[in-house]
Design a protein around this ligand. Structure first.
Ligand code: GAR
Length: 217
């Protein structure tokens, strides 16, 4: 879709620093990325304030009012589809999504995860990397499939672990890299360069390596 803008809907649950990085990188006149809306499952997510400050439509959908995951996800899909996205971006959206949801957005749903996948799926990734004595850690952007944190990788950034790192110091450096690689992956998609093929992610028509595009310090 190189000749038109790519409508992006961002889903988040918290601070939204990745949303901010996406907003900042989409501001240029030549940017193919248009952030159409931001949806949170938590009314107190600071990411909503970031969106409002940038003049982006926001919506809150809390799971408490729904009878189970399927019902919540159906309402979430209706809300998202009302914004007519070309791409849906999970930016710290801390809910497991149903198979129906993931299949509905197949090939147009990206996630960012704070580890070098396939290592450390799930939570507490920085602590787990430190406890394992890893010398390298990092973050990953991937297409979402039904396997939790398991879809084809698009880009990874490696962060060296220092002997005196704490969970916080490591998290800060990983976060900084997240803010580089997520806008990069979203821009590739918006430019029509990135897509999900039958056997994995493709960049400019070529299969990406299993690790995705790898960025080293
Ligand atoms: C990010 O570190 C992101 O990788 C992580 O949540 C954080 C959100 O930060 N996502 C996951 O753990 C998903 N499994 P942010 O709200 O400041 O963008």
């Amino acid at each position: 879709m190189p000749s038109k803008t790519c409508n992006v809907v961002v889903l988040l649950s918290g601070s939204g620093s990745n949303l901010q990085a996406l907003i900042d990188s989409s501001l240029g006149q030549d940017s193919p990325v248009q952030i159409r809306g931001v949806i949170s499952n938590r009314a107190d997510a600071y990411g909503l304030e970031r969106a409002k400050a940038a003049g982006i439509d926001t919506a809150v959908l809390q799971h408490q009012g729904f009878d189970g995951r399927q019902a919540f996800d159906a309402a979430l899909m209706a809300l998202i589809d009302g914004m007519q996205p070309d791409l849906v971006v999970l930016a710290g959206f801390m809910r497991i999504l149903s198979g129906d949801f993931v299949r509905h957005y197949q090939g147009r749903l990206l996630n960012i995860h704070p580890s070098l996948l396939p290592k450390y799926k799930g939570l507490h990734t920085h602590q787990r990397a430190l406890e394992a004595g890893d010398t390298e850690h990092g973050c990953s952007v991937h297409f979402v499939t039904e396997e939790l944190d398991g879809g084809p990788l698009v880009v990874q950034a490696v962060v060296a672990v220092a002997p005196d790192d704490t969970v916080q110091s490591l998290a800060d450096r990983v976060h900084h890299q997240e803010h580089q690689i997520y806008p990069l992956a979203v821009r590739w998609f918006a430019q029509g360069r990135l897509r999900l093929g039958e056997h994995g992610a493709l960049l400019d028509g070529q299969p990406l390596a299993a690790s995705g595009h790898l960025i080293r310090p």
